[in-house]
Design a protein around this ligand. Structure first.
Ligand code: GAP
Length: 435
């Protein structure tokens, strides 16, 4: 079945039932646009982050990692332009008091009740708090709205300590916070989210070539993640869409049930950020190129992905329903590279030494893989539970196991069953999960 038939309601309900994502603070009635990751969700999220980190830092010599603090000097956000420009135009309904983004509504009246609207005013999206015990203007501090700034202010620290030469990049995964006016679509747009950002510093004049390079690299990464290529596309930003720092930008978009939407932004940020930080901090951030004897502020090509949004995309992309012998099978077709559980391990029955053998296999595999032991209910039901969780393999110990040291390997997608030697299981799972 196609993505347009997959309702978000079904996904939200499966996510809760199976422990991918729960509403935050649910026992208190929940809190708008905040979500918690359950046992399967946190495994999936960690694997997505690991897959990104591996591609960005481990497979390359020219990208270093960083983990900067969420709280930064308040001047950072003046230099970055976020204090002045990171805002949405808002209108309030005078009758029902609902708040809307002015650029998202059609016509002069409230879309909720038809009431009269106020004039638009700018609303800054940064969360503000106070550092220390005194709540005054001097102690205002922000929760970062993007992780990128932590990278820019550490440009020289990373360059010097790692002895990298331009062109090189800095990668970081971390939380960001935005007081979004119109959050929604489950975990698509939330107030607190995780970004996976990489900033690549290049010589001015080479920026357009690097921009093209990173655009392609990032699209390939989503393919390697197992997403359907026909549901991915590039969306170039028109002049009116460009963020305050960008000379050119492309979104990688995905076809969600609610339309084509941004999954990741790839931006040519020019030397905007380093120029501003040099000016506001009065610290020289220029790079001296030993080979050409030039001194310049590097241009930055940014790849900015949302971890939560990637996770949602994997769930949407993987979700499927099919009818098998008159029964509906719900299946989450996640790539084995990121599936929360790699193998379910079952004794066919709870006797004849089968549970003990199955536990032995669990102990053998769990050092390398996420595995799950299940002995309750009919074998078909156990398969179905793992299908919903996205588990690519189920390994069943049966009466033949004692005779020839094999188990039945049932694969999630084709539902084929083959016999595999216990001694070959590690290699089978290694090959399926390798990246
Ligand atoms: N540093 C550049 C930057 O932050 P962005 O296009 O505003 O650019 C990059 O955000 C990515 O972060 C988006 O493509 C999306 O995946 C994710 N993201 C942004 N706002 C989000 C939100 N409110 N909830 C979830 N993810 C968000």
């Amino acid at each position: 079945m196609g993505v347009t038939d997959t309702t978000m309601d079904k996904l939200v309900s499966l996510s809760k039932r199976r422990g991918f994502v729960f509403p935050s603070s649910e026992i208190y009635g929940g809190i708008n646009a905040c979500w918690d990751y359950g046992p399967l969700g946190v495994k999936l999220k960690n694997k997505i982050k690991r897959f990104w980190w591996h591609a960005m830092t481990q497979l390359r010599d020219d990208v270093e990692g960083l983990d900067a603090a969420i709280l930064m000097h308040p001047r950072v956000w003046e230099a970055s332009g976020h204090v002045a420009a990171f805002s949405d135009p808002l209108v309030d309904c005078k009758k029902c008091k609902q708040r809307h983004r002015a650029d998202e509504i059609e016509g002069p009246r409230c879309p909720n009740c038809g009431g009269e609207l106020t004039d638009p005013r700018q609303f800054n999206l940064m969360f503000k708090t106070f550092m220390g015990p005194v709540e005054d203007e001097a102690s205002v501090i922000y929760l970062r709205p993007e992780t990128a700034q932590g990278i820019y202010v550490n440009f020289d620290n990373v360059r010097q300590s790692s002895r990298q030469k331009v062109p090189f990049g800095i990668a970081q995964i971390g939380k960001a916070f935005r007081n979004e006016i119109t959050p929604g679509n489950f975990i698509f747009r939330t107030l607190e989210f995780e970004q996976m950002e990489m900033q690549f510093f290049v010589r001015p004049g080479t920026d357009e070539t690097w921009f093209e390079y990173w655009r392609e690299q990032r699209m390939q990464w989503y393919g390697q993640l197992g997403l359907k290529p026909e549901r991915l596309r590039f969306h170039p930003h028109g002049q009116d869409e460009l963020a305050h720092y960008a000379k050119a930008a492309f979104d990688i978009q995905y076809e969600f049930p609610f339309g084509w939407k941004e999954l990741e932004g790839i931006h040519n940020r020019t030397n905007f950020d380093l120029t501003r930080h040099q000016e506001f901090s009065a610290k020289k951030l220029e790079y001296f190129d030993e080979e050409t004897k030039e001194r310049y502020l590097p241009y930055i090509i940014e790849t900015s992905a949302g971890c939560d949004r990637t996770l949602l995309t994997c769930l949407v992309d993987g979700y499927d329903e099919e009818t098998i012998e008159g029964e509906t099978r719900f299946v989450m077709r996640l790539s084995p590279k990121i599936a929360p559980v790699t193998a379910g391990i079952f004794p066919l029955v709870k006797r004849d030494g089968m549970p003990e053998t199955a536990h032995g296999i669990v102990d053998m595999l769990r050092k390398r893989f996420d595995v799950f032991y299940d002995e309750s209910g009919a074998i078909g039901r156990r398969y179905r539970r793992q299908d919903e969780a996205g588990t690519p393999f189920c390994l069943t110990v049966d009466s033949q196991t004692r005779e020839d040291e094999t188990v039945t390997v049932r694969e999630r997608d084709p539902m084929t069953q083959t016999r595999v030697k216990i001694a070959d299981l590690t290699r089978l799972l290694e090959e399926a999960t390798a990246f």
